[in-house]
Ligand binder design. Structure first.
Ligand SMILES: [Mg+2]
Length: 322
């Protein structure tokens, strides 16, 4: 089995190629001019002829950049900008202001409200294209950086900081909506001896191999994280403990069957502790972790290479040994 981990981008993947610009301007001529020129740059251009339509389009279509006219009847560009920056869903979209009149105060107001650039009409279309490109590039890099802050460098899974954040949200959601949720803690067995015997690069390959299997076997909605060292956690929303155990059992089996290129003579196993609810339980986020950890400890103690599961309802134990 080849153990290269492709450089992931888990969810909300960023694709620089598919940039969409939204032009909000009351002048049809501007739309004709700009959509033609920006399309030849490989940008898809969406059009809104009024401020109100523009705000709605921005919320629904989530463009990569907004080009926003200041002088429009009804809702003007400043008002649109204010609304975009007040809304959680559009706050991150960079806005370039377009103005027919050059007033220094307008420029100050636009930047104060959160615009990233300001262009006075009539403008040179080449210059506009260059500025749009530069805004898109900076925004792309900023999003890459903020996403990488959540990613574990070795495996491409989410890191512990991201887990902590998502886990608190998941538990809060369960309490509100009485939905199923399960959490698995996973730990590679005798991992220290892999490092000691075959060296750290071999150990790293094993950790990457585990990450690859976890990613392959879990579902789209699951949140897979490297918790630290050779420890992983898997958050499984909308999943009760029995289904969670089935997912983890697949991971456990697949991992145990891997023939490692650097040490084909030695297979490696993992142990897992799961705790879950079918919807009724109200338990502190940190207590879940402790319960999952306790099951993991039990799996280790009972001989490793196994999954120990319990349900928060009545604490029924569904131990699965292999
Ligand atoms: Mg206008």
């Amino acid at each position: 089995m080849e153990m290269r981990v492709p450089m992931k981008v888990p969810e909300g993947a960023i694709d620089e190629q598919s940039s969409v610009a939204l032009l909000i301007d009351d002048s049809p001529t501007m739309h004709k001019l700009l959509s033609l020129r920006l399309r030849s740059e490989g940008l898809e251009v969406l059009s809104a002829l009024s401020g109100a339509d523009g705000v709605r389009e921005a919320q629904e279509k989530q463009p990569s950049v907004v080009l926003l006219d200041i002088d429009m009847p009804g809702m003007d560009g400043f008002e649109v900008l204010r609304l975009l920056k007040d809304d959680e869903s559009t706050l991150h979209i960079p806005v370039i202001m377009l103005s027919g009149l050059f007033k220094a105060q307008d420029k100050v107001t636009a930047f104060d409200l959160g615009a990233v650039d300001f262009i006075t009409k009539p403008f040179d279309v080449t210059e506009l294209r260059v500025r749009v490109r530069s805004v898109l590039r900076i925004n792309y890099l900023m999003r890459m950086l903020s996403q990488q802050a959540n990613i574990d460098g070795l495996t491409g899974l989410y890191n512990r900081a991201h887990f902590n954040q998502r886990w608190a949200e998941a538990v809060a959601g369960v309490e509100r909506h009485k939905r199923p949720l399960s959490l698995a803690m996973m730990d590679l067995d005798h991992f220290k001896s892999v490092n000691d015997t075959y060296g750290h690069p071999a150990g790293d390959s094993v950790i990457q191999g585990m990450a690859k299997i976890v990613r392959r076997e879990c579902r789209e909605t699951d949140i897979a994280c490297r918790y630290g060292g050779e420890e992983f956690v898997l958050v499984m929303p909308e999943t009760g403990p029995e289904d969670a155990a089935a997912v983890c059992e697949r991971i456990r089996q697949a991992f145990g069957e891997v023939v490692w290129p650097k040490h084909p003579e030695r297979s490696i196993t993992c142990s897992m502790g799961i705790v879950g609810t079918d919807g009724a339980a109200v338990v502190e986020a940190s207590d879940w972790l402790e319960l999952a950890d306790r099951n993991l400890y039990r799996a280790k103690k009972e001989g490793r290479n196994r999954v120990v599961t319990s349900s928060l309802e009545g604490g029924v134990k569904l131990a699965q040994a292999s």
